[in-house]
Design a protein around this ligand. Structure first.
Ligand code: C5P
Ligand code: MG
Length: 287
C-alpha cells in the first residue's frame, strides 16, 4: 500500500500507527468513491499557513489587505490575534479553559467587522485582490472530488462570505461543496449589519456538525477528515453509521510542542506541509 501511495513516505508525514492507516485506506478503496465524503476545516487547512516565510491570512484577516476596512479596525483585529491566538494553540490549556476566550475573541472581531459597513457587492472583488491562497494542489483536490461526485463539507469558524469568495476566486466552487460557517447578514442597502445564527468558533464545531451533516449527506459512511486544530477532530460526529474515518491533521505551528498531541489524535499528521499532496494521493487511490 505504501508503494501505491509513496507520498505517505514524505518527510512531513507522521503516523501513530501505519498499519491502521493502511487498513482504513484499503477499506475505503474497496468501498469506493460512492461511499465517501470529505469533511474539512478551512483556514490553515485548505488555505496555506505560510508562503515564502510569511504568514497567510485567515478569512477574518483577509480584508486587512484591502481598503474595505479602516486602519483602526485592522490594528484592533491584529491586537486580538496577538492576544487570543496563543491561547487557541496553547498545549497546556484545556479546551474548557479556552472556550470563554474564543467566545470573546470572535464576539469582538465580529463587532469590529460589522462596524465597517462592508458592502456585499464589494466583497468579492476585495477578497480576490487580497492574495488569499489555497494550498498547493488545490485544483486536483477540488477536481477529483467534483469528478467523482464526492461531497465536500467545509466546517469553518471563519467568515463564510469571505471563504466562499476565496473558493470562487480560485474557480473551484461547485455543487458538491457545502459550507457551514459564520455568515454575515446584510441590510436592505447591502451593508453587512450582523452575523447570522449561532457563532462557530474553533472548539464548538461538533455541535454545528451534529445538526447539519445528516441533512446534506446520506449513505456516505466513509469519511476523510482534514483539519489543523484539535478542535477539528470531531467534525464527523454527525455522520450516521460511520464505517471508516481517516483523520489528517496539518501541524502548522509550534510543531515540537504539539507533535505528541497531534500524533496521538490524528491518524496522519502533516508537519509544516503547505501542500495537499498527501490528501490528493489518498483520494486518487480511493477514487
Ligand atoms: O476555518 P477555521 O475553522 O480554521 O477558522 C478559524 C481560524 O481563524 C482560527 O483557527 C483562528 O486562529 C482564526 N481567527 C482569526 N481571527 C479571528 C478569529 C479567528 O484569525 N478574529
Ligand atoms: Mg483551521
Amino acid at each position: 500500500m505504501f508503494k501505491m501511495i509513496p507520498e505517505l513516505n514524505n518527510a512531513s508525514v507522521r503516523m501513530r500507527d501505519r498499519g491502521q492507516v493502511e487498513t482504513i485506506i484499503s477499506n475505503m478503496q474497496r468501498a469506493g468513491a460512492s461511499t465517501l465524503q470529505v469533511i474539512s476545516d478551512f483556514d490553515m487547512t485548505l488555505t496555506r499557513f505560510a508562503h515564502k516565510g510569511k504568514r497567510c491570512p485567515t478569512t477574518h484577516n483577509i480584508l486587512h489587505n484591502t481598503t474595505l476596512i479602516s486602519e483602526e479596525c485592522k490594528a484592533k483585529m491584529s491586537d486580538l490575534v496577538a492576544y487570543y491566538y496563543p491561547i487557541e494553540i496553547d498545549s497546556l490549556k484545556s479546551v474548557e479553559e479556552k472556550i470563554p476566550h474564543m467566545e470573546e475573541w470572535w464576539t469582538q472581531a465580529h463587532a469590529l467587522l460589522i462596524k465597517q459597513r462592508i458592502r456585499k457587492d464589494q466583497l468579492a472583488q476585495a477578497v480576490r485582490a487580497s492574495g488569499a491562497m489555497l494550498r498547493e494542489g488545490y485544483s486536483s483536490f477540488f477536481d477529483m472530488l467534483k469528478e467523482n461526485s464526492v461531497p465536500l463539507l467545509i466546517f469553518s469558524a471563519g467568515v463564510g462570505d469571505i471563504l466562499e469568495e476565496v473558493i470562487i476566486g480560485h474557480g473551484v466552487f461547485s455543487s458538491n461543496v457545502r459550507v457551514f460557517s459564520n455568515y454575515m447578514d446584510y441590510d436592505k442597502d447591502g451593508f453587512a449589519c450582523a452575523f447570522k445564527g449561532e457563532l462557530i468558533h474553533t472548539f464548538n464545531k461538533r455541535e454545528g456538525a451534529l445538526q447539519n451533516i445528516h441533512q446534506f449527506v446520506h449513505d456516505r459512511t466513509n469519511v476523510l477528515l482534514l483539519g489543523d486544530s484539535l478542535g477539528d477532530l470531531d467534525m464527523a460526529d454527525g455522520v450516521q453509521d460511520l464505517k471508516n474515518i481517516l483523520r489528517i491533521g496539518y501541524l502548522n505551528d509550534k510543531v515540537e510542542e504539539r507533535r505528541e498531541a497531534y500524533v496521538s489524535s490524528y491518524d496522519i499528521v502533516l508537519e509544516e506541509d503547505e501542500t495537499l499532496d498527501v490528501p490528493n494521493a489518498i483520494l486518487n487511490y480511493i477514487t
